[in-house]
Design a protein around this ligand. Structure first.
Ligand code: CAP
Ligand code: MG
Length: 412
């Protein structure tokens, strides 16, 4: 069989370029593994076939144009014609499909993907982006401060609403359901959404502030559609989707409906795919696909909190979500969400690493405050305000009791 390796090939503007990390199986050469990967992800199979023509091969064959035997890093360029515009499942079934299960590889990881501008343009991208979300919440510069009502599940709709009200009244801008709260018997979706959105409207009236509520609509597509309509009818601004468990088809469906709601994307289960550094798909790839599909806010990690994710990787994803260069063809930016084990004492390091264009979320950091969730929310804002004013949080805590109490507990 003719090899797909062509080290003289220079990728063109209309190629999809995938960066793979390849660890061949024992007794398989890297070249053989690369050929198997390139073929199975495009036009090939395990043997020569009589139905293959020179014409198909010439037009559609991928080329492995960079093969580094020491790192196992391999770049493969695929002609754009192989991919259906606007179809993320099809892209994944090609370059992130069968290949992970082939006997030729011991481990295989899709590290990165570069997409041609024409392909990028076939997607809607985010409806709001960072600028739109900032205008919607009327917060022009500082990080947006959010919380996840805790406990994750178990509260009744009224208890959930009251817990959310405390956080918003205390200083949070955004409140959301946890990833595993949708519509269990103890907290039905419609009841919770109606109560929470009603509370938000009255709080907006009395405070002249704006708030967001990420209602978790995750479920079957017909369920998500009904829930999005319900949020609209009740004057909500957001729908939250667990994008990995729901899948890209469901996400694309909800975005392409153009509901007018912003999409908050939680990434629960991503680590089953992204965490193994030798095998799977990197978070940067999933994040790029989320931007194409059109989420407005995406969990990307914190580097400093409870979830795994090295600082450089989290910063790289952040930069990609905020990138406004031509390669994104005018698709709006995505607001990076830093969440997971965050508390007031970590805010300076987090903001130093990530800047101001982030959404900072703390569940335990708000609901675990020694005095009250209201004090927890107030102290999160105080920590952010301190950094915005160029002051140390320790200094700021001297004149802000809520922050002082939070630091006593969390930074001890
Ligand atoms: C945060 C969180 C998020 C994690 C997920 C939680 O709560 O709600 O789901 O952030 O990780 O349940 O852990 P805490 P990631 O603030 O109480 O930790 O954002 O990295 O996907
Ligand atoms: Mg959660």
């Amino acid at each position: 069989m003719q090899s797909y390796i062509d080290l003289s090939y220079q990728p063109g503007k209309s190629d999809v370029v995938c960066l793979f990390r390849v660890e061949p199986a024992v007794n398989v050469s890297l070249e053989k593994a690369v050929d198997a990967i390139a073929g199975e992800s495009s036009i090939g199979t395990w043997t020569d076939i009589s139905t293959m023509s020179e014409e198909i091969r010439d037009r559609l064959r991928p080329r492995a144009f960079s093969v580094d035997s020491s790192s196992g890093l391999v770049k493969i360029a695929y002609p754009l014609e192989l991919f259906e515009p606007g179809n993320i499942p099809q892209l994944l079934s090609s370059v992130a499909g069968n290949i992970f299960g082939m006997k030729h590889v011991e481990n295989l990881r899709l590290e990165d993907i570069t997409l041609p501008e024409k392909y990028v343009k076939s997607f809607p991208g985010p409806l709001f982006g960072v600028g739109g979300i900032r205008r919607m919440l009327e917060i022009p510069l500082r990080p947006i401060v959010g919380t996840i009502v805790k406990p994750k599940v178990g509260l009744s709709p009224t208890a959930w609403r009251d817990a959310a009200r405390e956080a918003l009244a205390g200083g949070c801008d955004f409140v959301k359901d946890d990833e595993n709260l949708t519509s269990q018997d103890f907290c039905p979706f419609d009841e919770r959404a109606k109560l929470a959105l009603g509370m938000i409207h009255s709080l907006e009236g009395s405070t002249a502030r704006r708030f967001g509520y990420g209602c978790n609509i995750s479920g079957s597509v017909e369920t998500m559609v009904k829930r999005a309509e319900y949020i609209k009818r009740n004057g909500g601004r957001y729908m939250m989707i667990d994008v990995v468990t729901v899948g890209f088809a469901g996400l694309q469906y909800m975005r392409n409906l153009n509901t007018g709601l912003a999409i908050h994307a939680h990434r629960a289960m991503h680590a089953a795919i992204t965490r193994n550094k030798k095998h799977g798909i990197s978070m940067i790839v999933l994040a790029k696909l989320c931007r194409l599909a059109g989420v407005d806010q995406l969990h990307i990690g914190t580097a400093v909190g409870k979830m795994e994710g090295p600082a450089e990787e989290v910063a790289q994803i952040k930069d990609e979500m905020l990138d406004t260069s031509g390669k994104w063809r005018g698709l709006k930016t995505v607001f990076p969400v830093c969440s997971g084990g965050l508390h007031q004492g970590l805010i300076p390091d987090l903001m130093k690493l990530m800047g101001n264009d982030i959404i900072i979320q703390a569940g335990g950091g708000v609901y675990g405050h020694p005095d009250s969730p209201k004090a927890g929310a107030a102290s999160m804002r105080q920590a952010v305000d301190a950094v915005m004013e160029g002051k140390s949080i320790e200094e700021y805590a001297k004149s802000h009791a809520e922050l002082r109490r939070a630091l006593e507990k969390f930074s001890a």
